[in-house]
Design a protein around this ligand. Structure first.
Ligand SMILES: Cc1ncc(COP(=O)(O)O)c(C=O)c1O
Length: 401
């Protein structure tokens, strides 16, 4: 699979029409990723696009039209989904700190709340006691999911997990697995709420299907224990996201066929569970549909290192700073042999580096394209630092040419 959603000619055309710096997305690529993953998974697995990866309305509409569920992590994401016409029954709200207003909005929309601790239960209960949404008043207990932070597994430190999701050490997310019993004892006092599902998520950008599956196997073991302790069947087990993509030539792709077959195997191994599994991929679905385009402001050589200083840096893309890995880079229109180059941004900070790449000799005004930028792009970055203009952003239905 190409690491870039646009050919050189397409990138030059997009840059000319949108202006730079900009983010451009191809909805046909996002749609075909959704279809490919959907086809690889058993029917009992729901796909819930993680809005945080890229909340552009065009992408939300494209996934919604294909039947996607959604993982929202804030009131703002809930509002974006409501604006895209997504009904609450297809939305899950997670997050380690939920404000009462966010809980109230989730209840009003009918989204399933992923409870991260006792305070979520207290706030939901208060909202329900105060009248809650009409559908809940005097009705059956409100089903919620419980997020459980799995106990440390020495074999499970994988992908970018430790940096991004926190690994298996102390965590702001969910209820520690070892504290599950006492938590459930406390939770019993909330008669208006029913723990009906589980969320366990402990991976980020993982390209090995087997590693994802081993954490899913552990999640189902927690689910079995939860179901036994609750004494009633779980309807959902949410396995989170973390499906990885390649950010460099030669990096192996995640084998989604293997993931799907593995999930079918796990369902067969766990006949006690008759509900639905949920996967919440963000990066895998939207990353490959997007590119970031920026022009070179100047080039310089400093003590043997060649720099290209671009119109945008970590104010538009934070991932290289978080992970030390550059996005795949190309220089549409530039010719000649490639040599090492450091891509820097325009900020007055030596942290403002987008990485080391190999590109032909560049001059001021030349275009640089970074691929796999449809996920964790501008909305993850420190966009207003130094008050540079925000990048343009646009979805294309298909090739812009
Ligand atoms: C709860 C939850 N679900 C899903 C995701 C999406 O992860 P990814 O984009 O790696 O698939 C995240 C990312 O942090 C998350 O926190």
């Amino acid at each position: 699979m190409s690491l870039f959603p646009f050919s050189e000619a397409e990138a030059l055309a997009v840059a000319a029409s949108l202006g730079t710096p900009c983010f451009a997305y191809r909805l046909d690529i996002a749609a075909s990723r959704f279809a490919e993953l959907r086809a690889a998974l058993p029917g009992r697995v729901r796909l819930a696009y993680a809005v945080k990866a890229n909340p552009h309305p065009g992408l939300l509409a494209a996934f919604a039209a294909r039947g996607s569920w959604f993982d929202a992590a804030s009131g703002g994401e809930l509002e974006r989904l409501a604006a895209a016409g997504v009904e609450g029954g297809r939305v899950l709200l997670g997050g380690p700190g939920k404000a009462p207003e966010e809980i109230a909005l989730a209840l009003e929309l009918g989204a399933r709340i992923q409870v991260d601790g006792i305070e979520d239960l207290e706030r939901i209960d208060e909202a329900l006691a105060a009248g809650g949404p009409a559908a809940q008043a005097g009705g059956p207990p409100l089903p919620v999911n419980l997020r459980v932070h799995p106990a440390p597994d020495p074999g499970a430190a994988f992908g970018e997990t430790s940096r991004i999701i926190g690994g298996s050490g102390p965590s702001a997310f969910g209820v520690d697995e070892e504290g599950l019993g006492p938590f459930l004892a406390q939770a019993r006092r909330f008669g208006r709420i029913r723990i009906a599902g589980l969320q366990v998520f402990a991976a980020s950008n993982e390209r090995e299907a087997e590693r994802l599956l081993s954490s899913h196997r552990a999640a189902l073991a927690i689910g079995r224990r939860l179901q036994e302790e609750l004494g009633r069947p779980l309807d959902l087990v949410d396995l989170g996201g973390g499906l990885g993509i390649a950010y460099a030539e030669g990096e192996a792709e995640l084998d989604v066929g293997r993931l799907g077959r593995g999930l079918a195997g796990l369902l067969a191994e766990n006949p006690w569970f008759e509900g639905q599994l949920v996967l919440e991929p963000g990066r895998w679905l939207s990353g490959p549909c997007g590119a970031y385009l920026a022009r070179v402001l100047r080039v310089k050589e400093s003590r043997g290192t060649r720099f290209a200083i671009l119109e945008g840096g970590i104010n538009h893309l934070l991932r290289p700073l978080l992970t030390g890995q550059c996005f795949p880079a190309a220089a549409p229109g530039a010719r000649g042999p490639s040599s090492p180059l450091t891509l820097a941004g325009p900020l007055c900070s030596s942290l403002d580096r987008l990485g080391e790449v190999e590109l032909p000799a560049l001059r001021a005004g030349d275009l640089v394209m970074l691929g796999q930028a449809g996920a964790y792009g501008f909305t993850e970055a420190m966009g207003d630092f130094l008050s540079h203009p925000r990048p343009a952003e646009r979805c294309y239905e298909r090739s812009p040419l």
